[in-house]
Design a protein. Structure first.
Length: 76
């Protein structure tokens, strides 16, 4: 994940300026743009006709998942 200098400076400044020491919340998610024309047709087609996943791809995804799961350490 890449964090630009601009956003990291904003976060650092906000932390220093916050007298109540509250954690900084994530930025709000912008509204999703509306698709028109050919973009809308391509998107609708892709949703209605998903690409088939081969057994080899499924096996590769499962192996990747198991590897990440083995190294993950989540403390809740």
């Amino acid at each position: 994940m890449h964090i630009s200098k601009k956003s990291s400076n904003f976060a650092a400044k906000s932390c220093k300026d916050n007298k109540n020491e509250h954690k900084i919340m994530a930025r709000p998610i912008k509204e999703t743009p509306t698709l028109y024309g050919e973009d809308a047709r391509r998107f609708a087609y892709a949703v209605e006709h998903p690409r088939k996943v081969t057994a080899a791809e499924m096996q590769r995804m499962e192996e990747s998942y198991q590897m990440v799961k083995s190294i993950a350490n989540f403390a809740f």
